[in-house]
Structure formats: C-alpha cells, structure tokens
Ligand binder design. Structure first.
Ligand code: SF4
Length: 203
C-alpha cells in the first residue's frame, strides 16, 4: 500500500513537472511571437518590459543580468542592440558610478505594445475560481522559493524568499501566512511576487 502510494505520488510529481514544462514552453513561444513582431529578441523584450516597470535601482546592466539569469556580456549585447534601435538611452546615476538605463519615448511606445504579450495566459487564469488561483499562487511561490534556495532561480523578491515571511502560522486556510514587517496575516491571494519591502531570507 505504501509502495503504491509512493509510486502514485512520484507519478503525480512527474506529470506535474511535465505540465509545468509544457506551460513554460507555451510561454516562451508567446514571448518569441510578441518579441518578433517588434523586431526584438525575447531577451530584448524582457529588458524593455523591465525598464518600463522597475525602480531606478534595478535599471542597470548588472541588475538586469541577474534578474534574467544571463551573463553580464549577454545583457550588455541586448542593451547595446536596444540602444542602436533607439529604444533606450544610458545616463549616469546620481552617484556617478553606474549607468542607468531609461526607455526613450519610442521605447515606451514599444513597451506598451509588448505589455499584453501574456494576455492568453491571463485570460485562461481568469476563467478559474479565485480560490483556485490563490492556492495556485501559494503553491507556485513555495516551489519557486525552494528552487531559489537550491540556486536554480537566482532573483526572487517574493514572500517565500523573504526574511519577514512566516508560513502557516494562522488557522485561516485563506490567510495562513504572516508578514512580520507589515505585521499582518497574508491572504494567499495577496502573496507578493515583486515586493518593494522584500529582504532576502538567510539560507
Ligand atoms: S515584506 Fe513583502 S515579500 Fe516580505 S513577507 Fe512581507 S509582503 Fe512578503
């Protein structure tokens, strides 16, 4: 019985991993299609979208390289290509030591065009009950947190990798976790994926 249960669970895990891989493949195809329509590579698309939405501290080559798990020379190439396409410009930061990247007016137009690249996924998610979406978010953040601790995912500014996060400390199944910075229970549906207050948990 135990062997059957273990075998069944292992098989379930295999199928879950297959499903996640298939989802990742689909998202890569979507990203490629939208990037190609703007004459960009998928990495250049990620840079444009990141520059449109990220705080100034993260708008430089090294931070973007870490964010997207590529080497600094690879990111420099992508940034150089976007500069030649007149979609971004470099300027010195206030401390004069870094070169901040900023979208040009043309780059902002392209960013708005790219913003809906994952719309098919959002449409599919919207069809699910909100409770299922909240549970899925919780499950995915725990998986990403585990992979982050194993060094598979490099940058993750989400609750499950944050030093202020206390999991499963409240009886409410809809809000079992706690943020020790905000001093409040965290509903599953409100777990953060890019929190400005995030501080990395120590290993
Ligand atoms: S500080 Fe932000 S990332 Fe950290 S636990 Fe609180 S809400 Fe989550």
């Amino acid at each position: 019985m135990t062997g059957e249960t273990t075998g069944g669970a292992a098989d379930l895990d295999r199928r879950l991993a297959d499903a996640v891989e298939r989802l990742g493949h689909g998202l890569r195809s979507l990203a490629q299609r939208s990037a190609r329509a703007q004459g960009l590579s998928p990495l250049q698309q990620q840079v444009v979208l990141a520059l449109a939405g990220q705080p100034a501290a993260r708008r430089e080559v090294n931070a973007l390289a870490a964010e997207f798990d590529v080497t600094t020379p690879t990111m420099s190439d992508a940034v150089g290509a976007l500069e030649r396409k007149l979609l971004l410009a470099r300027s010195p930061s206030s401390d004069g030591r870094r070169r901040l990247l900023t979208l040009t007016a043309q780059g902002e137009v392209v960013a708005r065009e790219l913003a809906t690249w994952d719309e098919p996924l959002l449409t599919a998610l919207a069809k699910l009950p909100v409770e299922d979406r909240a549970t899925t978010l919780d499950t995915l953040l725990h998986l990403i947190g585990d992979l982050h601790r194993r060094g598979v995912v490099s940058v993750a500014r989400m609750c499950t990798t944050c030093r202020f996060f206390s999991p499963d400390v409240h009886p409410d199944p809809a809000a079992p976790h706690h943020c020790n910075l905000l001093r409040t229970p965290l509903p599953l549906a409100e777990l953060r994926t890019d929190c400005p207050e995030h501080e990395p948990a120590t290993a």
